[in-house]
Ligand binder design. Structure first.
Ligand SMILES: *Cc1c(COP(=O)(O)O)cnc(C)c1O
Length: 417
C-alpha cells in the first residue's frame, strides 16, 4: 500500500456488474468481432433502432412540433415532477380512446423513455424479500433493473406452441405472498406476438387471484399488423390494477427523443390505497425528467400525426415479416414457430444438430458476424438459449441481403450426411 493512504473505499459494484449482460453490450461485441476485411457493410438485425434506414424515418409534422416548442420559449424551465400538464393530459386522452373508462392526467407520469419508466416502477415495487414475475423470453432491461434493486426476479414461460401466450400455470406456481407484480410486454419484444383480449383477461384474472399488480409494457402499442388487434391491458383495469408503460420511441420512430410514460389504470383506486402512488411520487421527486420542450411538443405529436404515417409503417413491417418468414423456410437450421403480428422482432429457433462446429446460439452469432457481417442477437440474452432474436424493422433490401448471407452461412456449416 502507498505511504500515507488508506485503502480506497470503493470496491466495485457487484450488483451492477452482475446485471450488466445487456443487449447493447452483446451487440457491441458482435460488431467488434466482425471481419475488418469484409468489404460488405454490416447488416444490423440485432437492435430495435431502425432510424438508420431511409424507410424508417419519423414524419416532418413531429419534428415541427419539437421545433415550435423550442421556439415558443415556454419550455425552458425545469418541468413539474410528474410532467408538463398539457403533455400529461395528451397522454391521458390518447390512452383513454382504447379503454372503457376515462384516464385522467393525474394518472400519467412522464419519463425519460420507457427505459426510465421501467427503472422507476421496479424501484418503487422493490423491498427486501419481495419478488416480481418476469416473462421468459423477455426484455433484459427488467432483469438488469431488478438485479440492482432489493427484488428477486422469477420467470414464467411464454409458450411458442401457443403463439407465445403466458403459461398461466407457471405464473401461479411461482407466485407467493411476497410477489408484488408480474410484467407482460404486448405487442411482444422479443416474440412479435400480440395477445388477444381473451388472453389478457385471463392474465388479469390470474393476477387478481394472486393479489399482484400487472405491469404492461406497451412500448410497441398499436404496432400490430396481423390478425390480432392491439388491446391495451388497461381495458382490464377494473379486474386488476394495471401500470401501463409506453413511449413515443417506437411508434413515432424517435428513440433518441427519450419521452415515455407511466400510467396507472385503476378505476378501483387500489394504487392509491396501497401507497403505490405515494411511493411513485416520492421516487419522481428525486429522479430526472424528460426535457421540458419534448414534453411541450407531446400534445401535437399525439394528436396531429397523420394516420397515413402509421399505416405506411405497418405496411412496411408486414412486408418485412412476409419476406422474413418465407426466406427462413429455406434455411433448414432455423424455424419460426409463430409469424410475428406486432412489435419489431421475432424469436427464431436454432437447430444445432444440423450444423457442424457451431456450439450454441452465441457461437452462431459470433461466427455469423465474423463471416457474413450480419448481426443477430443470441437468444440467451433474452432468456432462451439456442434461439435467435431477429429485428425485422430494417430496409427491405437489407433484410433480403441478410437472409441470403445467413443461408450461405448455413450451407457452409451444414453437417455432411
Ligand atoms: C425499446 C423498448 C423499451 C425502451 O423504450 P425507450 O422508450 O426507448 O426507452 C422498453 N421496453 C421494451 C419491450 C422495448 O422494446
Amino acid at each position: 500500500m502507498e505511504q500515507g493512504r488508506k485503502k480506497w473505499g470503493f470496491q466495485g459494484n457487484q450488483e451492477l456488474n452482475a446485471s450488466s449482460i445487456s443487449v447493447r453490450g452483446v451487440l457491441n461485441q458482435l460488431m467488434a468481432d466482425r471481419d475488418k476485411d469484409d468489404q460488405r457493410s454490416a447488416i444490423p438485425l440485432g437492435g430495435a433502432d431502425p432510424t438508420m434506414f431511409p424507410s424508417y424515418q419519423t414524419t416532418p409534422s413531429v419534428a415541427d412540433a419539437i421545433a415550435d416548442a423550442v421556439r415558443s420559449f415556454k419550455f425552458n424551465c425545469y418541468p413539474p415532477t410528474a410532467g408538463v400538464a398539457e403533455g400529461k393530459r395528451a397522454v391521458a386522452e390518447y390512452l383513454s380512446k382504447d379503454v372503457p373508462y376515462k384516464i385522467s392526467a393525474d394518472d400519467v407520469y412522464l419519463t425519460v423513455g420507457c427505459t426510465q419508466a421501467i427503472e422507476i416502477v421496479v424501484s418503487v415495487l422493490a423491498r427486501p424479500g419481495a419478488n416480481i414475475l418476469l416473462p421468459r423470453p423477455g426484455y433484459p432491461q427488467y432483469e438488469a433493473r431488478v438485479g440492482c434493486s432489493s427484488l428477486e426476479a422469477r420467470h414464467f414461460d411464454l409458450l411458442p406452441e401457443r403463439g407465445w401466450e403466458v403459461d398461466l400455470d407457471s405464473v401461479e406456481a411461482l407466485a407467493d405472498e411476497n410477489t408484488v407484480a408480474m410484467v407482460i410486454i404486448n405487442p411482444s419484444n422479443p416474440c412479435g406476438n400480440v395477445f388477444t383480449a381473451q388472453h389478457l383477461k385471463k392474465i388479469a384474472e390470474t393476477a387478481r387471484k394472486l393479489g399482484i399488480f400487472v405491469i404492461s409494457d406497451e412500448v410497441y402499442g398499436h404496432l400490430a399488423f396481423g390478425s390480432n388487434p392491439f388491446v391495451p391491458m388497461g381495458v382490464f383495469g377494473s379486474i386488476v390494477p394495471v401500470v401501463t408503460l409506453g413511449s413515443i420511441s417506437k411508434r413515432w420512430i424517435v428513440p433518441g427523443w427519450r419521452l415515455g410514460w407511466i400510467v396507472t389504470n385503476d378505476p378501483n383506486g387500489i394504487f392509491q390505497q396501497s401507497g403505490f402512488v405515494e411511493s411513485l411520487r416520492s421516487y419522481l421527486d428525486i429522479t430526472t425528467d424528460p426535457p421540458t420542450f419534448i414534453q411541450g411538443a407531446l400534445t401535437r405529436i399525439l394528436e396531429q400525426t397523420k394516420e397515413d404515417f402509421f399505416s405506411k409503417l405497418l405496411n412496411l413491417m408486414r412486408e418485412a415479416v412476409d419476406l422474413l418468414c418465407e426466406r427462413i423456410k429455406e434455411i433448414p437450421c432455423l424455424t419460426c414457430p409463430h409469424k410475428p403480428e406486432g412489435s419489431m422482432a421475432v424469436m427464431v429457433k436454432l437447430n444445432l444438430s444440423l450444423l457442424e462446429g457451431v456450439t450454441d446460439d452465441v457461437d452462431f452469432c459470433l461466427k455469423l458476424a465474423k463471416e457474413e457481417s450480419v448481426i443477430v442477437l443470441p437468444g440467451i440474452t433474452v432468456g432462451l438459449k439456442n434461439w435467435l432474436r431477429i429485428s425485422f424493422a430494417v430496409e427491405q433490401s437489407s433484410l433480403d441481403d441478410a437472409l441470403v448471407r445467413i443461408k450461405a452461412f448455413y450451407y457452409r456449416h451444414a453437417k455432411k450426411e
